[in-house]
Design a binder for this molecule. Sequence first.
Ligand SMILES: [Zn+2]
Length: 324
Amino acid sequence: MNLRDIRIQLMMYSIGILGSLIVSTSIFAETSKSTDSMQLNPIQVAPHTYFVQGLPEMGSSANQNFISNAGFVVTPGGVVVVDALGSPILAKKLIGEIKKITPQKVVAVIVSHYHADHIYGLQEFKKIGAKIYAQGEGRNYLSSETAKLRLIASRVDFAPWVDVNTKLISADVWIDQKSTLTVGRVDFLISRVGPAHAPEDLMVYVPSEKVLFAGDLVFRGRIPFVGHADSKGWLAALDAIEQANPSVVIPGHGGFSIKPTEDITFTRDYLKYLRESMSRAAINLDPFEEAYQQADWSEYEGMPLFRAANRMNAYNVYLSIQAE
Ligand SMILES: [Zn+2]
């Protein structure tokens, strides 16, 4: 990261925090008295595999930051969960839903990556004795200024569901490249696919269910959130997912996929288009604004989160191509 990037990042953080303070004062009065109406409804996608689907929105107090998915597999030796949702209250609700399906305890949580919307529920799983697994690069996130500032902002943005008692939780087991977790004779093949969406991206494949948990590498029915992703590494990770040849893919956001190839293709085409449309301008040091205006977004304009994410995605790819 060069000086300019750091400055841009700092600027984005301060705008973010300031923005959240302004927004929060207006919505806090509303949410503090509003009742808790968020419900999680597990969807079964394979004999022993379920997931809950986050809303295609930006996180807010009203949605308790329920914008990402979490999945779980019931085995004779306990339940393995993938991702912990975006607030402790959501994690509690997920644990409640799991109890309705099986008397088995949650024994493990695998974190696809350390982004706020996937990890703020971790402490609830820790409380019930689950072991947490994540890729080793997650340690850098946990000790970063980004993580601290994000949490401070989230306590405002998602009040009262994320508060001073919400903590960042470290993994119990840090995975380097590959690891197989076996619970109740069911194998969970965990492999590193980052740096892509995040430096610590993991995917989890369960061969006996033919289900693959793809984290935020495959997006369905909405504009992907690219953030500070490594778009080149991401394209390689999509190939790795395709090679596993799963019957079902559970993405980090959006509906599950029984046509993984189609959804992988959508994400791949979007990333490729971002790279194509931004690269000439980035290399020639042409202004971002011009390149963005000139690009044809008609294929993506109608999709959820286009307004919220597309411009930032394009800008991040523009910056990352310059860094390459
Ligand atoms: Zn996410």
